[in-house]
Write a protein that binds this ligand. Structure first.
Ligand code: MEV
Length: 308
């Protein structure tokens, strides 16, 4: 039996903008999706998806997931009609929007295939396969999610030819709280919406994109200087930029407000938006507990984790 895993992630700065080459900052989180691959009889592949998930998530993504698995098998050079397999997903990452669930499962599957068929893929090759798989979900992914899912850590990512992938070393990990709106989001639609508006309002969007680029460099410096007040303020500002390109929603804005009102240094939507997750910077266990409690009290699921 082949085994593999992929990390969940949280984008701290620059989702959506990253697709157009704006630098972005992502951190893997300490939750993983696992995959096993077993050779079976019959023909083709079967899937047993045992991941915990936001209600509706798996059903909503089923079609995209099937396409994604086929893309990964093709890229790995495995034909399931002659090599029938059973794929099982598990792990402690709750499958939800905005937390890198699709990328974590793509990475996990690529690793499990490499293990089962003794392909000896390097991390770079695993990342390429996971990127192929991400196309099944996003259409035109930037590659940021699969990069975090594959390599882990805190990463400065710039999409390009080739991508810039730089590990950022900070003094010590920082506590964050993620709050789940419970809404399953369609990243493909969110990305398409930005593209359409960007074409319709080029002046307005160019200005916001330039500001997002400047902000990414400031955020990088603030993280490396370990100036957490500044990091929080920049997250707030990034959230405003994401609101301006219309990828936030009222539930995300509510979670952001709730986190800030309860002492978070800063908060923003994270990932594709239009539902999914919010991330709040809550250095120290006490502040993290306080913010998490306040969000839970309002009936939302929370995840307490660390970045860096
Ligand atoms: C999704 O986690 C992040 C987006 O920027 C899409 C992408 O980068 O592929 C919205």
């Amino acid at each position: 039996m082949g085994f593999g895993w992929g990390f969940g992630k949280v984008i701290l700065f620059g989702e959506h903008f990253v697709i157009y080459g704006v630098p972005s900052i992502v951190s893997a989180i300490d939750k993983v999706t696992t995959a096993t691959v077993e050779s079976t009889g019959g023909s083709g592949w079967t899937l047993d998806d045992r991941r915990q998930a936001t209600p509706g998530y798996k059903e909503e993504k089923l079609e995209q997931q099937r396409g994604s698995i086929n893309l990964i098998l093709k890229a790995a050079g495995i034909d399931p009609t002659t090599n029938p397999i059973k794929i099982t997903f598990g792990g402690d990452l709750v499958a939800a929007s905005g937390i890198g669930a699709s990328a974590a499962s793509c990475t996990a599957l690529a690793r499990a295939l490499s293990d089962e068929f003794k392909l000896g893929f390097s991390d770079d090759r695993i990342n390429e396969l996971a990127y192929e798989g991400e196309k099944g979900y996003h259409g035109t992914p930037s590659g940021i999610d699969n990069t975090a899912a594959t390599y882990g850590g805190l990463i400065w990512f710039v999409r390009g030819e080739p991508n810039v992938i730089e590990r950022l070393k900070i003094k010590r990990p920082i506590e964050v709280v993620m709050g789940n709106t419970g809404l399953v989001a369609n990243t493909k639609a969110a990305v398409a919406g930005v593209r359409e508006r960007k074409e319709r309002y080029p002046g307005k969007y160019e200005k916001i994109f330039n500001e997002a680029k400047e902000l990414a460099y400031m955020a990088r410096k603030a993280l490396l200087d370990y100036d957490l007040q500044a990091v929080g303020k920049l997250m707030d500002e990034n959230h405003r930029q994401l609101q301006a390109i219309e990828v936030s929603c009222k539930e995300l804005d509510q979670l952001v407000e709730l986190a800030r009102a309860n002492g978070a240094y800063g908060a923003k939507m994270t990932g594709g938006g239009l539902g999914g997750n919010m991330v709040a910077l809550t250095p120290g266990k006490d502040l993290q507990d306080q913010v998490a409690r306040a969000i839970k009290r309002e009936g939302f699921e929370v995840l307490m984790t660390r970045i860096g």
